[in-house]
Each structure stands twice: as structure tokens, then as C-alpha cells.
Design a protein around this ligand. Sequence first.
Ligand code: TUI
Length: 320
Amino acid sequence: MKYGGTICALTKTEYPLIQGGMAWVSDASLAAAVSMAGGLGVIAAGNAPPDWVETQVRMLREKTDKPFGLNIMLLSPYAEQVARLAAELKVPVVISGAGNPDSYIKMWKEAGCIVAPVVASRALAVLMERMGADFVIAEGCEAGGHIGELTSLVLWPEIVRSVSIPVVAAGGIFDANTVAAAFCLGAKGVQVGTRFILAEECNAHAAYKERIIKARDIDTKVTGRITGHPVRLLKSPLVREMQRVEFEEGGAEKIEKLGEGSLMRAVVYGDRETGSFMAGQCACMLDKVQPAADIVRELFDVDRIRSVLAAAAGLLEAGI
Ligand code: TUI
């Protein structure tokens, strides 16, 4: 354990780094690579049935005996079955997203799992602490996929001051500078999603990776606010149609219909017309595909972090 801090102790990893649980993207291949590089690799259940999840957990355990996480997307029709499976398989770390997991926490804790809900508000963070979560992941709306309302700059310190359990920062983190920023705001660890889509070991279609590499700062959009499930993704003909429906027709059901199967079409087939290329705002800063281990190393480049912090301190000393 290189850092030995609280998140490393809870997750039994070398770095306080969690790979984002991205539906269709975060499979055993990516998760094993991140875990073997010293972070916490995560398999995302997304909308997948329990047998797919079980297969991925088995495949990961065949590749490595390092710890890993399972991300359970609570809007999934299989959420309850996958929640039970997580306890049965005794997955080391259970991460929940897109909802309130309080009815499952006792079961996960009794199975010996570390429990880490993703939260996007103070109220849910406080509830999660009371229900026995080990730490929370505070995800700002710079993140890709399903998002809340608050930006990272406001959400992270708001959650940090509201709970006593450790806070892992997510949303907008992609390099050593942004890792430093998260630690400056009181986080004890980071979760990184979008950048890991560009890992060599990530099985997302080459067209998905290319879309991220080519993305400009204004290329992510948020659709589906009208459905109550806003999603950040890259601009495309699908997004234009969703926005037209949202603003001109106001049809939540039609948006849900347009969205069905669209993430799979992006990740598996690279379908530029009707795929959902979910990505965080930091996509504009990413420019290459590289091994997961290099990404982990660059994120925790301590010399880089030290020089960023020293430069900031120097500016303050100089009264600038
Ligand atoms: O879950 C995510 N990101 C996701 S899930 C996903 S799959 C999907 N596909 C189509 C539509 C919707 C989802 C793609 N990306 N991130 C974690 C996250 N959780 N972000 C925000 C939240 C969140 C929001 C509200 C968690 C809890 C919450 O509270 C609701 C409540 O009931 O209190």
C-alpha cells in the first residue's frame, strides 16, 4: 500500500483511485487492467442481467486476485437481482449509482462488502453515512452519463463538510492537476471515468474513442432533463433529435424511446448516428489511447502534483 490512506485501506489498493463504472464500457478487461495497475477496477452492471454480471466477475477473478468493485445502476430493471448477486459473490466493493441504495446497504455490509454510494447531493450523502456506507463518491455534473445538478467545485466541499466518512471526488478529474484540486477541496480519493475509455484494455468501439479524442470543450450536451434522468453525452444526430423533442414537443416518453439501446449502439457498434456517446466535459482535454497502467501512473504523478501546489503557494506568497 503506497499511500496507506483511508481509501486505500478500505479498498485495499495502492492508489486512492476508483475507475468509473460505465455501463457497457466497464467490463472485466478494463477493470482487471486498472486493478492490476494499483487502482480499483470496477465492473459496471448497467442494465445487464445478473448472469452477464456473474460472468464478468468470474472473468476478472481469473485474471487477477486484486480487489475490484461492482457498480450497480439502480435504474436498471435488474437492480435488485444484481444487488443480491453482489452479496452472494462477496464483491469487495459495491458502488451504487443513479438512485438511493438504502434498502440494500445492510445486506451488503452483512456479506462483508465495502459500500460506496455515488451521491450528487448533501441529503443523500448524509443519509448514506447514517445507513452505514463506508465512504461516498461525490460526482459533480461535469461527469458523463447520468448526472445531478451541482458542479464538482461546489459539491465536493459541500459533501466533505456534511459527513464524517471519507469522500471520493468524481466529475471532471482526468490528470494529476485535477487530482490535486480534488485533494485541495477535502477529497480522500478520486473516481475517473471518461479517461479510462481511452485505455488500450477498454473494449469500447474505436469510433467511441475517436469521438472522445476529437471532442471540443462545447461538444458535450445534457439531454433528458424533462425525463428526470439528465444524461451528459457527446453531440450527435441522436442528441439533436432528443433536444428537438425535448424543447419543441416536450415528450419525455419519446426521449426515453430514442435513448433505448443507444449506449450499446455507441459502445459496441460505434454507431455515430443513433449511438449515445456518454462522456464527461473533460473529453476535450484527452488526446490519446494508452495502457491503463500509464493512465494510473500519470494521474498519481506526485512530482507533478507537488509542483502544481508549490506554484499556487508561490503565487499567494508573491501576493498575486
Ligand atoms: O449513475 C451514474 N452515471 C450513469 S448511469 C448510466 S446508465 C443510464 N442510461 C440511461 C439513463 C440513465 C442512466 C449512465 N451514467 N453516475 C452516478 C450518479 N448517481 N450520478 C448522479 C447520481 C445520483 C443522482 C440522484 C445518485 C442518487 C440520486 O438520488 C436520487 C434519490 O433517490 O435520492
